[in-house]
Design a protein around this ligand. Structure first.
Ligand code: ADP
Ligand code: MG
Length: 677
C-alpha cells in the first residue's frame, strides 16, 4: 500500500516546527463512530452515529436561510431531519434523494420530529464498514478541518521515527508503555479504550506522554543549571569591614534566621559563577536588611548592586531604607524610576555608568537598555513573582562586561508551592527566613459588616483617647486610582467630622512625596492619632505605637495585600487589632478570603491558601512568556510523574547523554531559548 501523501501546510497552520511535531499534536477528545445507533435508541445529550437515506432536501427560510434534509432510517419510520444553517453549495448538491448518509451528532426532538443540527455527515454506500478506531478531535485553528488534520497526522505517523528515547530498562521499571505505542494509541484509540480514561488523561498512553513532557522540563532545567555553573560572575568578599560598620549602626541584632540566610547568600557570592537564589520570608521578617548586607558585599568588593521592585511605591520604600542605612557608610545610593525626567534622570544614569553610585534602587526602569552600569555584580529583585521572565533576563546583559554575569538575589513573601518548586523553579536555590524579629505581638483580626461602621468609629475613638494610634486604610486598586483617592478623602472628612477631638492625617499615592513624607513623619512622631491612607502604607511604614488598623472594603483586596497591610500593626508591645470592614453582598471567594485572613497569621499558610483559591496559573502568569508551559501534564494531579521524571532526569544525565539528546530533540525541536535563560 502506498504511503499517504504529506499535506505540508497543516503543521504550519498549527504553528508547529515540523510535520514530525504532528506526532505530539494530540487529540483533545474523541468521538465514537465505531457503532451505529438506531435512532429510537439515541438519547439527547450523547452524540451518536446514525444512518439514513435522504428522501428530500431543500433550502428553506425558517426564518433564516437553511438547508433541511429529510431522512429515513428504515424506509418505514417517521422521517428525521438534518438541518444546516451554514453550508457549502457542494454539500447541498450531494444531498440527492436516495443517497445514504452517515451522521454523527446529537439527536434532539424538534418541532417537525427528531433532528440533528450541524452534525458531521458524509455520504456512504450501503454496508460501508465502520471505523474500528475512535475518531480523534484535534485542537485546530480557523479554516483547518479535522479531516485534514487527521489525514496529515496519519501520514506523519506512517513516516515518522517513533523509536523510544527512554532506555528499555527505565521504561519497564516505570511501567510506562513504549512511545510509539502511546502516540499511536492516543491518535487512534480502539473502542475498548475507556473514553473516560482517555479524556481525563489517566490512560497509560497519556501517562507516558505526560512523563516525557515532564522529563523534558526536568532535563532542560538541569542543563540550564549546568550552563549557569559554567558562567562567570565576580567573586565577592564579605569581609570588607562595611558589614561590621553597618551592623554596629543597626538598632537591633539580626535574628538567627537572618544570619543563617545571609551566610547562604555570602557563600554563593564568594563563588565565581552567578548566584540564582530566592530569599523567602514572611512580611516583616526582615528581608530588606539581609538584602542591604548582600549589597555591601558587592560594594565592598569594588562593584555595584542594583535593587529593583515591581512598583514605584515599593521601590521608593526600599530606596529610603537603603539610603538611611548606607549613606552614613559613605555609599552613594541613587534612585531611578520611569517617572524620572530630563536632567535628574540623566544625572542618575551618569552616576550609575561612572560607578559613582555604588547602589541603584528603582523600578524596572533600572534595566532598560539605556542604563549602563559601570560594574554590576549583584542584582536584587524584590517581590520577584511579580516580574516577568524577560525583565529578569534583562539583568543578565548588565554584568561587569559581556562575559561576566551579575549574581541574582530574588526576594518574595509568597512561598512557592511544592509542585512549582520542583518544576518551574527547580533551577533556583532557596533560603527561608522562618522567624520574625522578637517583640511582635499577635494581631487579633475581626471582620465587621459596614452596617456597624458607627461602632467601629466609636471604638477608634476610645483607642486613640487611650494613647494608641490607628490606621484607616482605603483600598487602592490601580485601575481606578481616582475613585479610590476620593474614597480616602471622603473617609478622612467623615472621621474628622465624627471625631473632633482627634488629630487625623491623610496620605495617598497622588501626593507629592515630600507632602506624603511630612504626613508619615508626623504620624510616626505621634503628632497624629489617625492616619487615613490608601494602600501607600502597604510597605515600609514602621510605627510601633500604631496598634489598630481598619481596612475598608477588605472584601476587594487580595490575601497577600491584606496580610501585608496587617503587618503594619503588631510591631509594638500593645495588643493590636485589625478590623476588616466589608460591604455586602460578599462573593464566595471574598468570604473565603476574609475567613482565611481572620483565622491565620502565618504568611506562608495564607499564601498557600491563596494559591489554592487562585490556582498556580496566576502564580506562573508572569513566567509564562519565555518558558515552555506544560501542554499535557498537570502539576497538581501528576505529582507522582513529576517525581519520577526528576529522578529519571538525574539518571539519564549521568548515564545516558545520547538518550537525553534524542529526547530533547523530539520534544524541543526548535531548541529551547530557556536553556540559555
Ligand atoms: P520584609 O521581609 O517584609 O521586607 P522588612 O525588611 O521591611 O521586612 O522588615 C520589617 C521591619 O522589621 C523593619 O522595620 C525592619 O527594620 C525590622 N527588622 C528587621 N530585622 C529586624 C531584627 N532582626 N530585629 C528587629 N527588627 C528588625
Ligand atoms: Mg519587603
Amino acid at each position: 500500500m502506498a504511503k499517504p501523501a504529506q499535506d505540508t501546510s497543516v503543521h504550519e497552520k498549527l504553528g508547529l516546527a515540523s510535520a514530525e511535531a504532528l506526532t505530539l499534536h494530540l487529540p483533545l477528545r474523541y468521538e465514537d463512530e465505531t457503532r451505529l445507533t438506531r435512532l429510537r435508541d439515541a438519547r439527547p445529550g450523547l452524540p451518536v452515529l446514525v444512518e439514513g437515506i435522504v428522501t428530500q432536501a431543500e433550502v428553506v427560510f425558517r426564518p433564516r436561510r437553511q438547508l433541511l434534509a429529510n431522512l429515513t432510517e428504515t424506509g418505514s419510520d417517521a422521517p428525521f431531519h438534518l438541518r444546516m444553517l451554514n453550508f457549502y453549495p457542494s454539500q447541498q448538491a450531494s444531498l440527492k434523494p436516495g443517497v445514504r448518509l452517515r451522521l454523527f451528532g446529537e439527536v434532539r426532538p424538534g418541532f417537525f420530529g427528531d433532528e440533528m443540527v450541524h452534525p458531521r455527515w458524509r455520504v456512504v454506500g450501503a454496508n460501508a464498514p465502520l471505523p474500528d478506531r475512535l475518531t480523534p478531535i484535534y485542537p485546530t485553528v480557523a479554516g483547518l478541518s479535522q479531516n485534514r488534520i487527521q489525514k496529515a497526522v496519519a501520514a506523519t505517523l506512517a513516516n515518522a521515527d517513533l523509536s523510544d528515547t527512554l532506555p528499555e530498562s527505565l521504561r519497564v521499571r516505570l511501567a510506562l508503555p513504549a512511545f510509539d505505542e502511546a502516540v499511536t494509541r492516543l491518535h487512534a484509540p480502539t473502542p475498548e479504550d475507556s473514553l473516560t480514561a482517555l479524556e481525563s488523561r489517566e490512560h497509560p498512553a497519556w501517562r507516558r506522554i505526560k512523563f516525557d513532557e515532564l522529563l523534558t522540563q526536568q532535563l532542560s532545567l538541569r542543563l540550564h543549571t549546568r550552563e549557569r555553573n559554567r558562567q562567570i560572575a565576580p567573586v565577592l568578599a564579605s569581609d570588607s569591614g562595611l558589614a561590621d560598620r553597618f551592623a554596629a549602626r543597626l538598632p537591633f541584632p539580626l535574628t538567627s534566621a537572618q544570619r543563617r540566610v545571609l551566610q547562604e547568600i555570602r557563600a554563593d557570592l564568594g563563588k565565581s559563577h552567578p548566584m540564582h537564589r530566592l530569599l523567602q520570608g514572611d512580611v516583616g521578617s526582615g528581608k530588606t536588611c539581609v538584602a542591604a548586607l548582600a549589597a555591601l558585599s558587592a560594594v565592598g568588593s569594588g562593584h555595584q548592586a542594583a535593587v529593583m521592585a515591581p512598583t514605584e511605591i515599593l521601590a521608593e520604600q526600599l530606596y529610603l531604607k537603603f539610603r538611611e542605612w548606607l549613606e552614613p557608610l559613605g555609599i552613594r545610593v541613587v534612585w531611578l524610576a520611569a517617572a524620572l525626567k530630563g536632567k535628574v534622570k540623566k544625572e542618575a544614569m551618569a552616576e550609575i555608568s561612572s560607578g559613582q553610585a555604588a547602589v541603584a534602587v528603582g523600578t524596572h526602569a533600572l534595566f532598560q537598555d539605556e542604563v549602563a552600569f559601570q560594574s554590576l555584580a549583584l542584582a536584587i529583585v524584590d517581590e520577584q513573582h511579580r516580574f516577568g521572565v524577560e525583565q529578569r533576563l534583562a539583568l543578565r546583559g548588565k554584568g561587569v562586561d559581556g562575559n561576566i554575569l551579575p549574581h541574582l538575589l530574588m526576594m518574595s513573601a509568597t512561598p512557592i508551592p511544592r509542585s512549582l518548586a520542583m518544576s518551574y523553579f527547580a533551577d533556583l536555590d532557596v533560603s527561608v527566613i522562618d522567624e520574625l524579629p522578637p517583640g511582635r505581638t499577635p494581631v487579633a483580626t475581626r471582620t465587621v459588616g459596614n452596617a456597624k461602621r458607627d461602632q467601629v468609629i466609636a471604638r477608634l475613638k476610645d483607642y486613640c483617647l487611650d494613647g494608641a494610634q490607628a490606621y484607616w486604610v482605603c483600598p487602592l486598586i490601580e485601575e481606578s486610582e481616582k475613585i479610590d483617592l476620593k474614597a480616602a478623602m471622603d473617609a478622612h472628612a467623615e472621621l474628622v467630622a465624627a471625631l473632633p477631638g482627634l488629630r487625623i492625617g491623610l496620605a495617598h499615592g497622588r501626593m507629592k512625596s515630600s507632602e506624603k513624607g511630612a504626613v508619615m513623619t508626623a504620624f510616626k512622631a505621634g503628632e497624629l492619632d489617625i492616619l487615613v491612607a490608601t494602600t501607600v502604607i502597604e510597605v515600609g511604614v514602621d510605627v510601633p505605637n500604631a496598634s489598630l488598623m481598619v481596612i475598608e472594603h477588605a472584601e476587594r483586596m487580595g490575601l497577600a495585600q491584606l496580610h501585608q497591610l496587617r503587618g503594619r500593626v503588631g510591631r509594638g508591645s500593645r495588643e493590636s487589632t485589625c478590623l476588616l470592614l466589608y460591604y455586602d453582598p460578599l462573593s464566595d471567594t471574598a468570604r473565603q478570603r476574609l475567613h482565611i485572613i481572620r483565622e491565620h497569621t502565618d504568611g506562608f499558610v495564607i499564601a498557600r491558601e491563596d494559591l489554592r483559591l487562585r490556582g498556580p496559573g496566576e502564580f506562573l502568569g508572569a513566567r509564562q512568556s519565555g518558558l515552555p508551559m506544560l501542554r499535557f501534564a498537570d502539576l497538581e494531579t501528576d505529582q507522582d510523574l513529576l517525581e519520577q521524571a526528576r529522578n529519571a532526569a538525574d539518571h539519564l544525565l549521568r548515564h545516558d547523554p545520547e538518550a537525553v539528546r534524542r529526547h530533547l530533540q523530539r520534544w524541543l525541536p526548535r531548541g529551547s531559548d530557556y536553556l540559555h535563560a
